[in-house]
Write a protein that binds this ligand. Structure first.
Ligand code: IPE
Length: 259
């Protein structure tokens, strides 16, 4: 069943300066949070690691494959994500948005989401609360841990809650047709998905991973949007079902029927 929520991921490259270790982009955080404070529909937030979690996970050589990583590294990566999360939460508290921070540890068991806990996140939005979670290092099994990205969390939460929309706020205007021309693909529909996910499609680095997760979400039936997080007014437009710059990957059975 579709839950009456919108799932939004604040990309690490929007909320932090990716090239500067442990540095938030406070202006970008405050602008996007201020914009979201005017939104009336229920929201669940996810955020990435940017120059916090990624910085330490590279230092301690920790990845998305479950392994026995350094205990110190596990502690440090987790702590850095709590720190980043707290900065966002404080920005939300100032605007009386009632954030409720939830580490992924609390709704994951091994590789699987704990369904009841995920549904509780949706229930909390009915109490005027905005649950907020983040990419993190999580316990998998037999003393093995792995980095669970905010992008994967988007897919996981979407598959359970089937939100009205899933939105990725990123540091570019949308998905590029090709990296040279920087032309934005406005709309990707089911029939073009195969070609789009094909090996020839040139999407670099982090974006490729995001698009992979976005395709998974859209194939499960939800519309997925990519929007520039530095231009929060566009995010607002998406929430209002109005046209704006960005990319939408239409869900297999479109949730809104809108462009
Ligand atoms: C990364 O999450 C989390 C950690 C490294 C602990 P993401 O991979 O979703 O972060 P961004 O948005 O790409 O920075």
């Amino acid at each position: 069943m579709h839950q009456d929520v919108v799932l939004i991921k604040l990309g690490g490259s929007v909320i932090t300066y990716k090239q500067r270790p442990l540095t938030t982009n406070k202006i970008a955080i405050d602008r996007i949070i201020k914009t979201l404070s005017s939104v009336k529909i229920p929201i669940i937030l996810v955020h990435g690691g940017g120059s916090f979690g990624h910085y330490w996970s590279i230092k301690y050589d920790m990845h998305s494959n479950p392994e026995r990583y350094s205990s110190e590294g596990i502690a440090v990566v987790h702590e850095s994500m709590i720190l980043l999360n707290h900065i966002i939460v404080k920005s939300m508290l100032k605007l009386k948005m009632n954030p409720y921070s939830v580490p992924p540890f609390s709704f994951m068991l091994g590789n699987k989401p704990i369904l009841k806990k995920i549904f509780e996140l949706a229930s909390m939005t009915k109490d005027n609360i905005i649950p907020i979670t983040y990419g993190d290092i999580v316990y998998r099994s037999y003393h093995r841990y792995s980095i669970l990205s905010g992008d994967e969390l988007m897919t996981m939460i979407s598959s359970v809650l089937r939100p009205k929309k899933a939105i990725f706020a990123v540091n570019v205007d949308g998905i590029y047709k090709d990296p040279q021309s920087k032309q934005i693909v406005q709309k990707i529909e089911e029939k073009s998905l195969i070609k789009f996910s094909g090996v020839n499609f040139d999407i670099t680095g982090g974006m490729k991973r995001k698009v992979r997760e976005a395709l998974r979400i859209s194939l499960a039936g939800m519309d997925v949007h990519f929007v520039n997080g530095f231009k929060p007014e566009r995010l607002l437009k998406i929430l209002e079902n109005s046209k704006t710059e960005g990319t939408v990957i239409k869900g297999k059975r479109s949730s809104t029927g809108n462009a």
